[in-house]
Design a protein around this ligand. Structure first.
Ligand code: DGY
Length: 329
């Protein structure tokens, strides 16, 4: 790849191939090396790709580990690191700042898609969708019955949202307008009223939990939120609560959640994210009252293409020295 000047394409390393529509756009304006595998690069492969191609920018994914050693190994050519995710716990931002990198992510643009996934999981968990599908796929369905797989009414239910960022607020809007849910939220601090989507702020965490017949975890992964849902927090939920996680797996203590799902202390769960992806805590697969998805929150064609476009525009702007809104560092 040749060095970028104002009239030459910039050079990118992509840690995963993007949908065709985004790849076509990218190839028209950038000179890119793309991970040829259908998997995340190992840390060694990532280092070799970046050092070997000396790009202007690296377009990475939430599954790439971009810790201080990885960032410090980037050659001097790299000016921008862009991640195809809103979450950024995989990037050592302090090290990125020290290294003088501009870091970009994809806020806002995926909130609708992720909120849709939260509603899908909420409905699937409440209406026992996994058990229903199993009846059919395993040929065990004996026909309609007035007592078959009785689920829970979502409409009018009490929903607690842990983490009222852009995604949490979109979930609140969908749940209250679509399903008349009574929504309350817990956050580090109360939002301005015009951003609350009619939801009630509950600053006391125990009070928040005890009113959450439905709980959606939508907070970013951080030191403060890791392990949020464990034995102690589960004990504060109403018996038979329903839990959804669209945030990050490390907000949940898997052993505690599985124990609560087995005992019925938690009636059911819908999970899109896991500790140690792509491996998942095996016991989840044995439980009928869990509805699982493989980290699909932002996975719609439109959203993924828009995420890629936002990053490509940001990379162009940052390399040209223009201000970029979706900048983390
Ligand atoms: C995000 O944007 O953070 C999604 O979870 C994809 O990684």
């Amino acid at each position: 790849m040749s060095a970028a000047t104002s009239d030459q394409p910039s050079r990118l390393v992509l840690t995963r191939a993007l949908p065709d529509a985004a790849m076509n756009r990218l190839r028209a304006r950038h000179d890119a090396w793309v991970n040829p595998h259908d998997r995340t690069l190992t840390p060694d492969e990532l280092r070799q790709a970046v050092c070997g191609h000396e790009p202007d920018a690296v377009l990475a994914m939430a599954m790439d580990r971009l810790d201080a050693p990885a960032l410090m190994a980037f050659p001097p050519s790299v000016k921008v690191l862009a991640t195809l995710s809103v979450g950024h716990e995989h990037i050592d931002l302090e090290a990125a700042r020290r290294r003088g990198l501009v870091v970009l992510h994809t806020p806002d643009i995926l909130s609708d898609a992720v909120a849709e996934m939260a509603i899908l999981l909420l409905l699937a968990a409440a209406r026992r969708a996994h058990e229903g599908a199993q009846l059919l796929y395993e040929g065990r369905w004996g026909g309609w019955s007035p007592t078959q797989l009785l689920g829970r009414d979502v409409t009018g239910g009490r929903l607690g949202i842990f983490g009222m960022g852009r995604i949490g607020r979109t979930i609140a809007r969908r749940a209250s307008r679509g399903f008349d849910m009574k929504v309350h939220y817990h956050n580090r601090s109360r939002l301005p009223v015009e951003q609350e989507e009619g939801a009630t702020y509950v600053g006391d965490r125990d009070a928040f939990l005890s009113a959450s017949d439905f709980l959606v975890i939508a907070a970013p992964s951080s030191e403060a939120t890791r392990g949020f849902l464990g034995a102690a927090t589960i004990a504060k939920l109403p018996p038979g609560a329903i839990v959804v996680n669209i945030a990050r797996g490390d907000l949940v203590d898997d052993e505690a959640l599985v124990a609560a799902l087995r005992s019925g202390r938690i009636a059911s769960a819908g999970l899109d994210v896991f500790n140690n992806e792509p491996r998942i805590f095996e016991a989840y697969k044995t439980l009928p009252n869990v509805f699982l998805q493989p980290h699909q929150g932002s996975s719609t064609m439109g959203t993924r293409v828009r995420m890629a476009e936002l990053l490509l525009e940001g990379i162009d702007a940052a390399l040209a020295g223009r201000p970029v809104q979706n900048r983390l560092a």
